[in-house]
Structure formats: structure tokens, C-alpha cells
Write a protein that binds this ligand. Structure first.
Ligand code: SF4
Length: 189
């Protein structure tokens, strides 16, 4: 770029001589920026979702290209968040693509200091075994006066803020069917 070309590219000159007098658009845009294409523009699919972080439940648009998440932004159609995301929600793409994302089941045995990778099916069996064992150990048929109880005090349900109504409905059904009486959630979605 010659001297005149450099002078003409100077943002202040472009602001003073061009249509963008407030310097918030073309005058402040470099050639490098002009060459860039937004990931949202090249996505081949946009999937509506909900931010998983907190109970506000802000709506998200998840941009996908070649079946990979390439960007997550606020969904302006949401009456709750109207397109906005807080810094955590804005960074939630890292939950999917970040190198620290754990993609395998890890198990740390009692008194062990290291985690070991186990199969998901094996982990589910271990959870089921523990639930059944705790249910059995905490089972109460009758109280001290002979009144029927038919309940277990060995397990309880405590739901997180991002469980939605439908998930909590199913969790309540499951725990009640197992005889649990201590079932709580923090549903707001
Ligand atoms: S974007 Fe922020 S406020 Fe909204 S649900 Fe996510 S964490 Fe909560």
C-alpha cells in the first residue's frame, strides 16, 4: 500500500470524509475485518436450545456446520431473554468444544486416589445397584404404632435449577414409585 493508500485507509479520514460520521460502522472497519465471515453466516443449521447454566433459562440459537457446533448466541424470539445471554451463557460453546470437557464415565473407588474410566453401561448398573441397596436398607414397613408406612428413608431426590417441568414430573414419578418421600426440586423452566 502506497502512502496515499495508507492515508486513505486511515480510520479518522474515512470517518470525516465518508458516510459513517459517528465511526461506528464502515469507518471503523479494517480490511482484515472486512475479509472475515461470521460463523453464524456459514452454518448449515440453527438449532433452538436453552442455556444449561442457571434457572433463568435463556434461549439460545446453536449454529452447526458439518454436524459440529460452531457458535452459540442468544435467541431473539425468546420472551424470557429476548436474545440476550450473560457471559456464562455466551461462553457455553466451550461446554461442547472445550478441551476440558469430560467425555467418558469416570469412577473413583472408595479410598482410591485415582479415577478410572468405565463403560457407561457398567456405570448405570452400579448406580441401579446402589439405589436398590439404599432403598432396601432404608425401608420402613410400619411405624412404632403399627401404622403402615411402606416407604424408604434411604434415598431422596434433589433436582437442580435447570431441570424443566417435564423432567421433574418424571423424576417425581420415579422416586415416588420407589417409595421415597423426600423429593425436592428447584424447577423454574
Ligand atoms: S445466559 Fe446466563 S442468565 Fe441466562 S440461563 Fe445462561 S447462565 Fe443463566
Amino acid at each position: 500500500m502506497g502512502v496515499m493508500g495508507w492515508v486513505r485507509s486511515w480510520p479518522v479520514l474515512r470517518q470525516l470524509t465518508g458516510a459513517d460520521r459517528l465511526g461506528r460502522g464502515a469507518a471503523a472497519t479494517s480490511a482484515r475485518t472486512g475479509d472475515l465471515t461470521a460463523r453464524t453466516a456459514t452454518a448449515d443449521e440453527v438449532v433452538a436450545s436453552i442455556c444449561p447454566y442457571c434457572a433463568v433459562g435463556c434461549a439460545q440459537n446453536v449454529y452447526v456446520r458439518d454436524r459440529q457446533v460452531v457458535q452459540i448466541e442468544g435467541n431473539p424470539d425468546s420472551p424470557i431473554s429476548r436474545g440476550r445471554l450473560c457471559p456464562k451463557g455466551s461462553a457455553s460453546m466451550q461446554l461442547v468444544t472445550g478441551p476440558q470437557r469430560e467425555e467418558h464415565v469416570l469412577y473413583r473407588a472408595p479410598y482410591a486416589t485415582d479415577w478410572q474410566r468405565i463403560d457407561l453401561g457398567e456405570a448405570m448398573e452400579m448406580v441401579a445397584d446402589r439405589v436398590l441397596d439404599a432403598r432396601r436398607k432404608g425401608w420402613q414397613d410400619h411405624d412404632e404404632d403399627g401404622n403402615k408406612l411402606a416407604r424408604t428413608m434411604g434415598i431422596a431426590g434433589l433436582g437442580g435449577a435447570t431441570l424443566d417441568n417435564e423432567e421433574n414430573y418424571l423424576i417425581k414419578k420415579l422416586f415416588t414409585a420407589m417409595g421415597a418421600v423426600q423429593i425436592e426440586n428447584q424447577a423454574r423452566i
